[in-house]
Design a protein around this ligand. Structure first.
Ligand code: SF4
Ligand code: SF4
Length: 478
């Protein structure tokens, strides 16, 4: 047997536990105080250590510490899977003007606002169905800008997609990401009926939200967004249990009661998620998560803002200890089964899913985005970047064009990036965001360092939560 491969081994302390994580196999082991100290010393300088740390031989024999085998660039999994996921960027336009928006306040740099026409949305659906493998389960995400501003395109794409997918022997899962400010009851009912995931942007406490998320006139939007989210929650409840559905115009306390007590809307059920963004202004974002939970939302996510370092609200390396503490506080809420937190929902199916994890988001490979004019890009963030353009959805004669995957992106898996090959987080990261790497460093193969550090801080807390929830894992069975 080859010697233990320890380059991806990591020891850390989180949530009052000492843990050993093998980034090659995904195995996670709890350590005693003395074993933790021995492993720390050994990993710091294996050559100098007189004796091996406790359990090394047994853990190795049972499957840990084996060097990963990466896919060859030409054979990377997304290439084999074909196109399976499409983001319909239906609106290069937004009714808000959030100051941290990556999409230039929703316009994606367009000189004039643009919304996708229903015919283009249907052509995009035909393109996805024509370019996906037989029998494949597909996904379509309505995104923007604000997709509610292109509502005819959304409804047309869903109707067309359901009919065409059935004819083709495929299925499509629809999702939507919305600021919910212009959500009405009819749209909410449609989303509840047709979307497998509904993501509403709410940043937490009104002061947090309104600091960054204002409309074009500079007015606060928290109350309007909350009302839209409540309409969605009511519609979801109605779709799941029509007889007991709450109405959408309940006051705050009534809504809280309805959501918490509703027998058909238990924790973790239903398509509705609330997603916030944290910035340097709210490193204590656990308080925002708690606020959202107290409003009744049971499925919550918080994302780090992505801003150039010269901006005041940008996150900085010095912020990481406070951010890690906030994630730990959120873990306490999840451990108490108060809520689900998106980034703590780890898929621990390794090692069987490891090859897929090497490839991350699959932008430009199995995943692509379509702009309002029907142009295809490697993903929603690369929308408008010519270097990552992949043609158009239609040939011009009404028939779908052939998908041209982005060869460089398709081959840029974990094993192809030097920093990622030696990173203990690679199984759960997949090599990071290509767009973040490209925009920070001009090179998709050079990860965005602060993004890596944030992910690793969050992952340590997520792993510790896993360890705390169950008996110590057996080596090789994370
Ligand atoms: S992108 Fe960063 S965190 Fe992710 S695997 Fe690569 S080095 Fe690790
Ligand atoms: S490149 Fe980044 S923004 Fe684009 S799909 Fe991948 S993770 Fe998302």
């Amino acid at each position: 047997m080859a010697a233990p491969f320890l380059a991806l081994a990591r020891v850390f302390t989180a949530l009052d536990q000492h843990l050993l994580f093998d980034g090659a196999s995904g195995a996670l082991v709890q350590l005693s105080e003395s074993a933790f100290a021995a492993w720390q010393d050994y990993l710091a300088s294996p050559a100098a250590a007189a004796v091996s740390p406790p359990g090394l031989a047994q853990l190795h024999a049972s499957g840990m510490f084996r060097e990963p085998v990466y896919p060859s660039p030409a054979g990377s999994p997304p290439a084999a899977q074909g196109l399976h996921s499409l983001c319909l960027n239906v609106a290069h336009s937004c009714d808000l003007a959030c100051d941290y928006c990556f999409a230039g306040k929703g316009a994606y740099g367009s000189p004039a606002p643009a919304v996708m026409q229903p015919a283009t949305a249907c052509a995009a659906i035909d393109y996805l169905i024509a370019n996906s493998p037989p029998g494949r389960s597909l996904s379509v995400d309505f995104f923007g800008g604000e997709p509610l501003l292109a509502w005819p395109a959304v409804t047309a794409a869903v109707a067309h997609g359901k009919a065409k997918a059935e004819q083709a022997g495929k299925t499509i899962r629809f999702t939507i990401t919305t600021n919910a400010v212009s959500m009405d009851d009819a749209r909410a009912a449609f989303c509840a009926a047709e979307m497998s995931t509904i993501i509403v942007s709410l940043d937490g406490r009104p002061s947090t939200h309104d600091r960054h998320r204002q409309d074009k006139a500079g007015r606060a939007t928290f109350e309007r967004a909350l009302q839209g989210a409540r309409r969605l929650a009511a519609a979801v409840a109605a779709a799941q249990s029509p007889a007991a559905a709450p109405t959408s115009d309940l006051d705050e306390s009534g809504m809280r009661d309805s959501l918490l007590r509703h027998p058909d809307l238990p924790l973790g059920a239903g398509p509705l998620w609330v997603r916030g963004t944290y910035t340097a202004d709210n490193l204590d974002f656990a308080a925002d998560v708690r606020y959202l939970r107290q409003l009744g939302f049971a499925q919550i996510s918080m994302e780090p803002v992505a801003l150039p370092p010269n901006q005041a609200q940008a996150l900085r390396p010095d912020d990481i200890p406070r951010i890690r503490a906030s994630y730990a506080e959120v873990a306490g809420m999840v451990a108490a089964e108060e809520m689900r937190f998106f980034h703590f929902e780890l898929n621990t199916d390794a090692p069987s899913c490891a090859p897929k994890r090497f490839t991350g988001c699959a932008a430009g490979a199995g995943y692509a985005a379509v702009d309002p004019a029907g142009r295809v890009f490697a993903c929603h963030q690369f929308d408008g970047v010519a270097e990552f353009g992949l043609g158009e959805v239609s040939r011009g004669d009404g028939s779908p064009a052939a998908y041209q995957r982005h060869e460089e992106l398709a081959a840029a898996h974990v094993g192809a990036k030097p920093a990622c090959r030696s990173c203990w987080a690679q199984l759960y990261c997949g090599g990071g965001c290509h767009y973040a790497a490209w925009s920070a460093n001009g090179d998709i193969h050079e990860p965005y360092k602060l993004g890596c550090d944030l992910l690793k801080a969050r992952l340590e807390i997520a792993l510790a939560l896993q360890a705390a929830r169950r008996a110590p894992t057996q080596p090789g069975q994370p």
